[in-house]
Structures are given as C-alpha cells and as structure tokens.
Design a protein. Structure first.
Ligand code: 4NP
Length: 157
C-alpha cells in the first residue's frame, strides 16, 4: 500500500513547520507507520537554511532532532503529491489555496485547539514563546497522526 504523505507548511520553514515535521517523523519512526512527512515554506526567504536555533533547541529538549532539516519553498510539484497539507496559520492556508493546493487544513484543527493559529514565534522576543509553540505543535501533531492512522478515507480526518 502507498504511504500516506503529509506536508506541513509555515511562512519561512525555519521555525514552526520544521518542528511539526520533526515531531511527526519521530512518531512515524517509533511506531513504524507507513507515513511520509515533509515541510515547506510559503516564502523562499530562508531557502537552504537550517531551522532557527530556538526551534532546534526546544525540539532537542524534547528528544527530537530537527537540526539537519533545510528550508525549502512550496513548489507546484507538491500539488497533488500529499494526502494532507497542514498549514500553521490562516495566512499560510490562504496562500496555499491561492497557490493551487486543495483540502488545506490548519494544524490547530487538531488537538482540541478549535482551529487556532500556531503563533509565529519568529517575532517573539525570547525562548518562552517557543516552549508554548512546541507544546501546541506536539499536541496537535499527535492527534493528527492518530486520526490519520484510523482514517480509511484521506478526505476525512
Ligand atoms: P516560520 O517563522 O514561518 O514559523 O518559519 C518565520 C520565519 C521567518 C520569517 C517569518 C516567520 N521572516 O519574516 O523571515
């Protein structure tokens, strides 16, 4: 059977979506799931860069290694390739739809967050914001993967 494919998307692909990719990859590895995960940015502003140092640090504190990821922008080749396209906030979702993606969810649709945006920690002054953001992403990604595991129809999660 084909693996399910998930794409996590934020603006820069250096703060939020790399954490989501890392947390999801960790679950996939530990449970040996047939799921492929990737992440991308709606901008190319940080193309080729590693995730921001605060994201690397908070992930490491939680035993998730995201240090080797590299930022990349979304591409037309991504359209139709992923079963689930998961944006971090409403602006990302709109940008993805404008770009041509369909069935775009927000990560805050999962984990009991009632569709809340994952706040953009790039503009937070310190590290504390990243701890909150990590917790939200971790909770929502765990719920998302649980739902994907139990869904037979990709359009229903
Ligand atoms: P991300 O955070 O979308 O979570 O990766 C940002 C990273 C960089 C910028 C904005 C948000 N920036 O304006 O460069």
């Amino acid at each position: 059977m084909e693996p399910k494919r998930i794409l996590f998307v934020c603006l820069g692909n250096i703060c939020r979506s790399p954490i989501a990719e890392g947390v999801a990859q960790d679950i996939v590895n530990s449970q040996a799931l047939s799921i492929e995960v990737d992440s991308a940015g709606t901008s190319n502003w940080h193309e080729g860069e590693h995730p921001c140092s605060h994201s690397v640090k908070i992930a490491k504190h939680n035993n998730v290694d995201i240090s080797k990821q590299r930022s990349r922008p979304i591409s037309k080749k991504d359209i139709g390739k992923f079963d689930y396209v998961i944006s971090m906030d409403e602006q990302n979702r709109q940008d993805l739809i404008d770009f041509g993606f369909e069935n775009v969810y927000k990560l805050g649709d999962f984990g009991g967050f009632n569709g809340k945006d994952v706040p953009d920690p790039y503009f937070f002054p310190g590290f504390e914001g990243f701890e909150k953001v990590f917790h939200m992403i971790d909770t929502a990604v765990k719920d998302l993967i649980q739902k994907i595991k139990h869904s037979t129809n990709t359009s229903e999660i």
